[in-house]
Design a protein around this ligand. Structure first.
Ligand code: SF4
Length: 288
C-alpha cells in the first residue's frame, strides 16, 4: 500500500480504513454471516469487533447473509443472554464492540441500508447431526472460540492444520459429521482427550466425549484397516490375561510391538515398555 516503513499500528489502521471504506461504498453486494437468527422479529444478529460486517450490511445495494440453521434463537430478548456469553467466553470483553440486528432491506422512510436483503439458511450436514441423539448437542455451539484457546493441540498447530472450516475441538467434533466420517475422522483421533475444551465451553457441550463418540462411530462404520482391527484384537486378548501381560521382557515387547505397528508408528515415537510389568513390581515390593 506504499505506507512508510515506520508507520505505527494506528497509522496503518487508518490507511487500511481509507482504502477499504471506498471499496465498501462501491460494492454492489455485501456478504456476511450471522451469529444468530432471531425468530420472533424475523431478523439476524451480527457480532464483531471491527465493523466490517456492519459496513457490508449497510453500504452495498444487496446484502446476502449465509447462516447455519442451528443459529436460530426464539426471541430478541434471548440476546440478553447470548451477547454477553459470546463476548466473555470469546475474548473476555463484557460486550463485543459492534452488535447489529438487521430485519430487512431499507424501508421507504429510511435513508441507509441495502435495496435488497437475502438470507440463505445453510444446512450442509447440520441435519445429519440433529438426527444423531448423541451428537446433537454439538449444535448448541455459539462459536465463541473458548475451546480453541484452551486446547493444547490447537494452541500448538493452529487452525489451518485442520483442513476444514471449523478448527479446534468443536471443529474436530462437527467436521466428520458434516463433511464425511471417512475423510475427517482423523481429527477426532488427534486429541489427548484432556477435557480442557469441555471445561471451558460456554454452552457446556461435552466435547471430549463427543470426540470419543466420533471414534466409536467411525469404528462401527467399519472405517478401520484389517491390520488395525487385528492389532486391537491381539491387544485385547493379551491385556485380559495376566500371564500374557507378564510374558517376556520389556525389551522383547518393544521389539515385537514396535516391529508390528509400523504404520501406526509412522508419525509417532517408539513405544517403550517398562522392563518389568506393574504386576511383577508389585509382587516384589510386597514379598513379606
Ligand atoms: S464448543 Fe463451546 S467453547 Fe467451543 S466455540 Fe462452541 S460454544 Fe464456544
Amino acid at each position: 500500500m506504499g505506507t512508510p516503513i515506520n508507520f505505527t499500528p494506528e497509522q496503518l489502521t487508518l490507511k487500511a480504513r481509507e482504502i477499504l471504506r471506498e471499496k465498501y461504498v462501491q460494492a454492489e453486494v455485501g456478504v456476511t454471516g450471522a451469529n444468530f437468527i432471531i425468530s420472533d422479529i424475523g431478523g439476524i444478529a451480527v457480532t464483531e469487533n471491527e465493523g466490517n460486517a456492519r459496513l457490508s450490511c449497510s453500504f452495498p445495494k444487496t446484502h446476502i447473509v449465509v447462516v447455519g440453521i442451528e443459529k436460530m434463537i426464539p426471541s430478541v430478548t434471548d440476546l440478553h443472554l447470548f451477547w454477553p456469553l459470546l463476548s466473555t467466553f470469546g475474548t473476555g470483553q463484557k460486550i463485543t464492540v459492534y452488535n447489529t440486528i438487521v430485519t430487512g432491506p431499507r424501508q421507504e422512510n429510511e435513508v441507509d441500508g441495502p435495496e435488497e436483503m437475502y438470507v440463505i439458511l445453510l444446512d450442509n450436514g447440520r441435519t445429519n447431526i440433529l438426527q444423531n441423539p448423541k451428537q446433537r448437542e454439538s449444535l448448541y455451539c455459539i462459536r465463541c472460540g473458548a475451546c480453541l484457546n484452551a486446547c493444547p493441540i490447537y494452541k500448538n498447530i493452529g487452525g489451518h492444520a485442520y483442513g476444514a472450516t471449523y478448527s479446534g475441538p468443536i471443529g474436530s467434533v462437527i467436521t466428520p459429521n458434516m463433511q464425511g466420517m471417512e475423510a475427517f475422522k482423523h481429527l477426532s483421533f488427534a486429541s489427548s482427550l484432556c477435557g480442557n475444551c469441555t471445561e471451558v465451553c460456554a454452552v457446556k457441550i461435552n466435547l471430549h466425549e463427543l470426540l470419543l463418540e466420533n471414534r466409536k462411530e467411525s469404528v462401527d462404520e467399519g472405517l478401520t484397516t484389517f491390520s488395525e482391527r487385528m492389532a486391537w484384537k491381539m491387544w485385547k486378548i493379551a491385556s485380559l490375561k495376566r500371564s500374557m501381560m507378564n510374558m517376556g521382557s520389556g525389551n522383547l515387547k518393544n521389539k515385537v510391538v514396535n516391529g508390528l505397528f509400523k504404520d501406526w508408528k509412522e508419525k509417532r515415537s517408539d513405544l517403550n515398555f517398562s522392563p518389568k510389568t506393574f504386576n511383577q513390581m508389585w509382587k516384589e515390593r510386597h514379598k513379606y
